[in-house]
Write a protein that binds this ligand. Sequence first.
Ligand code: ATP
Ligand code: MG
Length: 320
Amino acid sequence: MNAGKIVTLGEILVEIMAQDVGQSFRSAGPLVGPFASGAPAIFIDQVAKLGHPCGMISAVGDDDFGWLNIERLKQDGVDVGAIAISEEYPTGSAFVRYRDNGERDFVFNIKHSACSKIAVDAAAERLLEDCGHFHVMGSSLFSFRMIDAMKKAIEIVKAKGGTISFDPNVRKEMLNIPEMRAALEFMLGYCDIFLPSGPELMLLTEAKDEASAIDEILKQGVQSIVVKRGAEGSSYHDGTTTLRAPPLLTKEIDPTGAGDCFGATFVTCRRLGRSIEESLLYANASGARTVTVRGPMEGASTFAELDAFISERRQAGASA
Ligand code: ATP
Ligand code: MG
C-alpha cells in the first residue's frame, strides 16, 4: 500500500442554522453559527482527529468565515497549505433550516464564492505528491472547473499508485444535468472504495434492486462498497464478503455531517490496517456520535472519544 496523506479537494463553507425546528427563512428569526463546514472539509477534519496525516485543496475568502475554517482545520491537524485565500471572493456559505418532518432546506452560496477559485495549483500539486489516498465528494462537482480539477487530482494520485474513495453525496436534481451524471459515473469508474447512502446506490445504476446495483458497481472495478443506512447502520460488500453492521442507537440532534464523518472514519481505519469489521464499527460510531452534536463539524471524534462512545452505547443497550 502507498503510505502517505489522505487528501480531499472541494468546498469549504460556513454553515448558519435556524435555531428552531419549523422556523422559516422568509421572515426574521434567531440563527446559530457560523460553524466550520463543507462536506469535504468535515471529512478531512474527521481524518485529522483520528491522527492520520491529511490535507485539503480548497479556497476561502480573506474574511472571518474563511479564517474560522482555516484555523479550525489547522488546529485539528489538517495540512492547510493548499487552501488558497481569495482577495476577490468571499468564503462560501450555507444557511440551513429544519422542517417539522426533519427534512432540511438550504440556501447555498458556493458557485459564486471563493469556491469558484479552487484549482490544482502548485501548492495543490505539492500536497498531492505526498498523497496515498484521495477522497472525492460528489457535492464538490458543482461546475466544469471543479470536475476538471477533480480529474486532474485523481490522475496525479492514481499515477503514483494511490487509492480513491468516492461519496456521491448528491441530490437527485443534480442527476438531471447530463454532464453531472457523466462526472459522477467517471468518479465511480476510478474509485476503489464507494460510499453511497442507500438511495444513492440506485441512482447511478440501471438496477431495479439493491443487490443487482451492488453487483453492477463491483463489476465496473470498484473494490468495495460501504452503504450508509442512517439510523439503520451500514453494510459492506466486496463481491466475496458481505457484512451488516448494526447502528449504535442514539438520539438524533443534528444529522448534518454524519455521512462525512462515517466515510472518513472507515477510510482512515482501513488505511491504518484495521479489519473490515472494526472499521465498520468505528465508522458507525463516528456517524452516530456526529448526530448527537449540533453543528456539522462539531461532532468529529478522536479514537478515544469513539471508544468511550462505543462502550457507553453498549452498556446502555445491555441495560435497556
Ligand atoms: P447526509 O444526509 O448528511 O449526506 P448520509 O446519507 O451520507 O448523510 P447517513 O446514512 O445519514 O449518511 O449517516 C452515516 C452513518 O452514520 C450511518 O450509516 C450510521 O452508521 C450513522 N448514523 C446516522 N444517523 C444515525 C442515527 N440516527 N443513529 C445511529 N447511527 C446513525
Ligand atoms: Mg452524505
